[in-house]
Design a protein around this ligand. Structure first.
Ligand SMILES: Nc1ncnc2c1ncn2[C@@H]1O[C@H](COP(=O)(O)OP(=O)(O)OP(=O)(O)O)[C@@H](O)[C@H]1O
Ligand SMILES: [Mg+2]
Length: 329
């Protein structure tokens, strides 16, 4: 796999009056050229902060460190603000979680889309901007693109707005598109259409996608690899089929079991994971999932599990360490 992104031991902490919030706490992952990696986990696990760390779009209170943050062959941990901006324009684009926050309500679509083309290619003619805007709207499946350019965001349906946002993030021809819960605000039919669209665009443009979601159902439709995040850590990562067929971490197992319509408990009720994600101000000792884990043993609440590699799958769980023949040092 040719790598586009290689992250080693990334930490993003926030200094707050209450203390240090360890939102992302030592994660490592790669994204291959043209591949879709899904980052999955419940609310508050650190998914959005991970993507904002890649984009270097964090508030002043954030402290980012990593052994390596390789973005398209460039070590990006110490980028200046200017360099980070250039990287965002050329390499990574993001579709944000809240659709309305990234579209400006007071400007017509034409202006918002045109801005990206102009930023990317200063001196580009008005006609060319118009032509490319129509092209890209067509590409993302917006009907009557020339007319749609003349409207304001609120005049579009939720599904169309999401397509316009995707168009805007594609206008800079990024190598990586980060899609943060791109479909949560949409109804199921539109959701499926948007996921199909992302899949098609990725194939056509040979771009990589980092798909962020709490929904394993969405993951199964589009991702090739999966990283499962819990309490600032990646607890398991590997190929989609492997993870689905045989989840190695109890958290992954429970996330999969809670997909509606996939696996139902014997009583016929949908399984949910009891308890809540711990507050990143005070993580529990040992394995952070231990307080909620149905398989937890003594060691789990005492000692942090090390990440181990099982046939290309990386997992951090004491149960698996034992399977492999004893605890690791
Ligand atoms: N600027 C900030 N200052 C302090 N804490 C923050 C900041 N941004 C995020 N956090 C905290 O970091 C943790 C991870 O947040 P993040 O937004 O990455 O979660 P998430 O996995 O994206 O959740 P969701 O699925 O709800 O979007 C949360 O506990 C959140 O409160
Ligand atoms: Mg989020």
């Amino acid at each position: 796999m040719e790598k586009l992104i290689e992250v080693k031991n990334l930490r993003t902490y926030f200094n707050t009056p209450e203390g240090v919030v360890r939102s992302v706490d030592g994660i490592s992952f790669e994204i291959g050229v043209g591949e879709t990696l899904a980052l999955v986990g419940e609310s508050g696990c650190g998914k959005t902060v991970t993507s904002l760390s890649l984009l270097r779009l964090l508030p002043e209170t954030a402290e980012v460190s990593a052994d390596s943050l390789d973005i398209a062959g460039i070590e990006s941990i110490d980028l200046t603000k200017e360099q980070a901006r250039a990287m965002r324009g050329k390499v990574i684009s993001m579709i944000f979680q809240e659709p309305m926050t990234s579209l400006n309500p007071v400007f017509k679509i034409e202006r918002q889309l045109g801005e990206v083309f102009r930023l990317h290619e200063p001196g580009i003619s008005k006609q060319e901007v118009f032509k490319r805007s129509v092209d890209i709207l067509q590409r993302v499946g917006v009907p009557n693109p020339a007319e749609r350019l003349k409207v304001y965001p609120h005049q579009l349906s939720g599904g169309l707005r999401q397509r316009v946002m995707i168009a805007i993030s594609l206008a800079s021809s990024p190598k990586l598109l980060i899609a943060d819960e791109p479909t949560t605000a949409l109804d199921v039919t539109i959701q499926a259409q948007i996921l199909d669209l992302l899949k098609r665009l990725q194939e056509e443009m040979h771009m990589s996608i980092l798909l962020i979601t709490h929904d394993f159902g969405v993951v199964s439709q589009i991702a090739s690899r999966v990283a499962v995040m819990y309490a600032g850590r990646i607890v398991e990562q590997g190929m989609l089929e492997d993870i689905f067929e045989n989840p190695l971490h109890p958290y992954t197992e429970l996330l999969i079991a809670s997909i509606p319509g996939i696996k139902v408990t014997r009583g016929g009720r949908l399984q949910t994971i009891s308890g809540t994600v711990p507050n990143p101000l005070h993580f529990p000792e040992g394995c952070r999932f231990a307080p909620r884990c149905p398989y937890a043993r003594d060691i789990c609440s005492r000692q942090e599990p090390q990440e181990i590699d099982i046939g290309g799958r990386r997992v951090s769980c004491h149960l698996r360490t034992e399977d492999k023949g004893g605890e690791q040092a």
